[in-house]
Design a protein around this ligand. Structure first.
Ligand SMILES: Nc1nc2c(c(=O)[nH]1)N[C@H]1C(S)=C(S)[C@@H](COP(=O)(O)OP(=O)(O)OC[C@H]3O[C@@H](n4cnc5c(=O)[nH]c(N)nc54)[C@H](O)[C@@H]3O)O[C@H]1N2
Ligand SMILES: Nc1nc2c(c(=O)[nH]1)N[C@H]1C(S)=C(S)[C@@H](COP(=O)(O)OP(=O)(O)OC[C@H]3O[C@@H](n4cnc5c(=O)[nH]c(N)nc54)[C@H](O)[C@@H]3O)O[C@H]1N2
Ligand SMILES: [Mo]
Length: 820
């Protein structure tokens, strides 16, 4: 048995990554159990501990929810779980308090004479079902659209996918995962012809080089970053490469930090691949045995000697060479990719080059050799698996008739009932159809598009259209809910049971700990109620949705996943209770799950089996089945080359700066949860804008001054934070909508998405949140530094003022060495 000692409590706001537990290559990440209980509650006063996983990122940290008197009173990390080995980050530790917020929605609301008024479930659901029925009669299924999320549970997405594709029969079902990890899925489909994360978090334990591409891991997957920090603090630490225009904590810890001009990732990757191939740092045998397309890549990257890449990216050629040497000499390379690559005009093309890097170096499927095309939201993976994201369930191929027939068999419907005349409609197109009036009902669950979609003035005007019936299913009266015709109060994390799958395919069971407030219902119960009101039938007249609770929904999903890459048939609630997190595929042949995909160079890519034949990276046009068969008859990995294309919106005299947007450690998205959590809200209470000293001086602004950031779409006012961000680049966090100050006259001058553009990557259709041309002007002098976090990417150049801290209410316990 291991020792157990207290590392001493920490202020989890001031020390978000906690105390180091160093370890060496190939070692096991030591256990450190973090916990936080409500003020005045001692651990022995907790009545029950209920199994769960983290909600506000995709890391999948396993934890137990502490319950007393029927209320959640805290959380504790699970020592025995493969993902976090007990650790929790600030959102994990504190965000549960949002569930107990007094302004939770507790009754359905319907719009009467222009106002939202409380009503009962029957009235609300009859309105929803009645409108669906009349639209189906008048116009057919294409009048109805569903826009869901990456924050519900697998059982809920699967039920929604069956309802939308199999019941209503509409092709218009997508998730906010389109904003989030559509490019992760697209890049995996391009390279491996199927979604499915090749790597595993345990690759961090083995890697000798770790490369982060457009991923602020320290802030967005803080527990995974603690794992990296523990390797860095241990014997034989890995070298770290960070590619990000901002001085993120990872950039500051990196062996090598490249800060490219936003939107130039493809040129940079081509420059790196040019050097790696030229230096012969490639695995010829692997390339020959397991890939197609290498010659095209070699030729393409031949056009990007470091000097040319340097000119495009604004990174010195010498640094590109250095980075290529680092990547080229790695023996065990682990790469992660996220929004700095995914939310740009060449998102898929850039993310695919990271896959190419691993393919040409033969670094896949071995310990330490993994690509993690990251997810963002806690259950984005499930949205994708279940086909609630603009794909078919079970990673089935919409352009393969046999796959559609197989799905029809699982659902016991006619294949024609499942729309597959074109790929399922992507979210940006769903909103376009609503704008044009062909979609006349939009059911939004678990997402807040009035703050999170690009070009908000346009989104507000779409949601407010008279001829669009909007249903919003949420916990709170969000900016989006305020525009709805019907608002359905949902239960959330801790109030319902279901499964979650994280970014490295680890499935966790998350169990109900407490009752939802008032009349709030789980999303599953709401969807089931709708299916029964609609009377959806299979072809033998039985109920199409024949399950009644989370576990029976899970069992139904298992059958749908059978034989597919994301095979769940070997899992059960009982097994997840016994073992904690398990990685799919988990089936008869892999009863304990699967740590790494593609271990023997075998892919899910054969023409009959693959999820996708791929797309043209420039136009987005789907590759034809015959074309794919000719290119890749035996199902190898596909190496796809891409030329760099300039961003669509160029800087100009009027708009001379590059605007990028993103996150901070302490908040989640539109803050509907974290804004209601005192410790988190206090750490980052209001919007700020990050500027370099040079750009600030050019407009006469200093730290703390109020400035205006404008693009052709709108303007946001924020306090200036002067940082070591790349010159010519400004950064706005996108967390600040206006639900907490609805009467504020300046409310439309806080959200970053007032400024962003309606534009997307051609292959993944993911919007371009990370490149816009902007201008900054001084509004007025401030009298204090910006109220922005100091330990993160927004760290001030001048460290002379108070560091962000949480104080007494933010103390978390940490116990090192506690064994499962
Ligand atoms: N604290 C916190 N954690 C979260 C979330 C949250 O809201 N808050 N959200 C979760 C979700 S849904 C997601 S999707 C993930 C997102 O996690 P990340 O992708 O790590 O977060 P972002 O801040 O969106 O963007 C990452 C970085 O991209 C950089 N970047 C911008 N433009 C470029 C570019 O052109 N090239 C390169 N190389 N880099 C660029 C930015 O400077 C930024 O530091 O986080 C998850 N975790
Ligand atoms: N400018 C800019 N915009 C961005 C991004 C960016 O980097 N820059 N990132 C994009 C990305 S990656 C993402 S993921 C999106 C996120 O954008 P959103 O999805 O709009 O963000 P959230 O604030 O997480 O909204 C989730 C909503 O679901 C509700 N909710 C939580 N749990 C439950 C539940 O169990 N049931 C139901 N029914 N509702 C629930 C919450 O109260 C909240 O209103 O934003 C995108 N927009
Ligand atoms: Mo996301």
């Amino acid at each position: 048995m291991g020792r157990r000692h207290r590392a001493g409590p920490r202020d989890a706001i001031a020390e978000p990554w906690g105390t180091r537990t160093p370890y060496g290559p190939g070692g096991t990440w030591p256990v450190r159990v973090d916990s936080h209980l409500a003020d005045g509650v001692a651990e022995d006063e907790v009545e029950r501990w209920v199994r769960a996983a983290s909600l506000l990122h995709s890391n999948g940290d396993a934890m137990d929810i502490a319950v007393r008197d029927g209320r959640v009173v805290g959380v504790r990390g699970r020592a025995d779980d493969r993902v976090n080995r007990g650790r929790l980050d600030p959102k994990d530790l504190f965000a549960w308090q949002a569930g107990t917020s007094p302004d939770r929605l507790t009754r359905p609301l319907v719009r009467m004479d222009g106002e939202l008024v409380e009503t009962d479930w029957d009235t609300a659901m009859d309105r929803v079902a009645g409108r669906t029925r009349s639209l189906l009669d008048d116009q057919g299924p294409s009048a109805v659209g569903f826009y869901t999320t990456g924050q519900l549970m697998l059982e809920e997405y699967y039920t929604l996918a069956v309802i939308a594709h199999g019941g209503v029969g509409t092709n218009h079902l997508d998730g906010n995962t389109r904003m989030c990890t559509a490019t992760a899925a697209a890049a995996l489909k391009e390279s491996f012809a199927s979604d499915g994360q090749p790597g595993s978090y345990t690759d961090i334990d083995h890697a000798d080089v770790i490369a982060l591409f457009g991923h602020n891991m320290a802030e967005t997957q803080a527990v995974l970053w603690a794992r990296v920090l523990d390797r860095l603090a241990g014997p034989e630490p890995p070298a770290l490469l960070c590619v990000d225009p901002r001085p993120t904590p990872a950039a500051r810890a990196a062996t090598l930090h490249l800060a490219p001009r936003p939107g130039t990732n493809v040129a940079l990757m081509n420059g790196l691949l040019h050097e790696i191939i030229a230096a012969g740092h490639i695995d010829r045998d692997y390339i020959d045995a397991h890939t197609v397309g290498f010659e095209e890549l070699e030729e393409r990257v031949g056009e990007y000697p470091p000097e040319r890449a340097a000119e495009i990216c604004g990174v010195p050629a010498g640094r590109i060479r250095e980075a290529a040497r680092l990547l080229g000499s790695a023996e065990r390379l682990t790469s992660t990719v996220l929004q700095g690559f995914y939310q740009s005009h060449q998102a898929t093309a850039a993310a695919v080059q990271v896959n190419n890097l691993h393919l040409v170096r033969g670094m896949l499927g071995r310990p330490g050799c993994g690509v993690l095309q990251m997810n963002g939201q806690p259950t984005a993976e499930n949205t994708r698996e279940c086909g609630a994201n603009g794909d078919l369930p079970g990673f089935r191929n919409w352009s393969n008739d046999a796959h559609v027939a197989e799905l029809a068999e699982v659902w016991n419907v006619e294949p024609e009932q499942i729309p597959h005349y074109a790929p399922p409609t992507h979210a940006m197109q769903i909103f376009r159809y609503a704008e044009q009036g062909s979609i006349r009902m939009l059911w939004i669950s678990g997402t807040n598009p009035a703050v999170s979609l690009p070009e908000l003035a346009r989104i507000r005007s779409i949601l407010a259209r008279e001829d669009l019936f909007v249903v919003v299913q949420d916990l709170f009266l969000t900016e989006t809910a305020a525009l709805a015709d019907v608002v359905l109060p949902a239960a959330t994390w801790g109030e319902k049971t279901g499964t979650f799958t994280n970014a490295d395919r680890t499935v966790h069971l998350c169990e109900q700990a407490v009752k939802p407030p008032g009349e709030a219902r789980s999303d599953l119960d709401i969807f089931l109620d709708f299916a029964s009101r609609m009377g959806f039938r299979d072809k033998d007249g039985g109920p199409l949705v024949h399950w009644t609770d989370p576990e029976s929904a899970f069992e139904a999903w298992k059958q749908c996943s059978r034989g597919r890459p994301c095979d769940y048939t070997g899992l059960s609630y009982a097994k997840l209770r016994e073992h904690g997190g398990i990685q799919w595929p988990c089936d008869e042949d892999h009863p304990d799950g699967t740590e790494r995909l593609y271990t023997d160079g075998a892919f899910f890519a054969s023409p009959d089996y693959c999820e996708s034949y791929g797309r043209d990276l420039v136009t987005g046009a789907p590759v034809e089945p015959v074309e794919y068969r000719a290119l890749n008859p035996t199902g190898k990995a596909v190496i796809k080359a891409a030329a760099y294309l300039t961003p669509h919106e160029q800087t100009s005299d009027d708009f001379p700066l590059h605007l990028i947007t993103g996150r901070t450690l302490y908040h989640f998205h539109t803050r509907t949860k974290t804004g209601r959590v005192p410790q988190l809200q206090k750490a980052a209470p209001e919007v700020w804008v990050e500027l370099s000293a040079v750009d600030a001086e050019a407009v006469g602004a200093e730290e703390g001054d109020l400035v205006e950031v404008a693009t052709p779409r709108g303007a946001v006012r924020a306090q200036a934070r002067i940082t070591a961000i790349r010159e010519g680049v400004v950064f706005l966090p996108f967390h600040y909508g206006y639900w907490d100050e609805p009467e504020d006259a300046d409310r439309h001058r806080r959200a970053a998405n007032e400024l962003t553009i309606t534009d997307w990557d051609p292959a993944s259709k993911q919007p371009v949140f990370k490149t816009a041309a902007a201008r900054v002007t001084l509004v007025r002098r401030g009298d204090r530094p910006a109220n922005a976090p100091t330990l993160t990417a927004s760290a001030p150049l001048d460290p002379g003022f108070n560091a962000t801290a949480g104080g007494a209410s933010a103390v978390a316990d940490q116990r090192i060495g506690e064994r499962p």
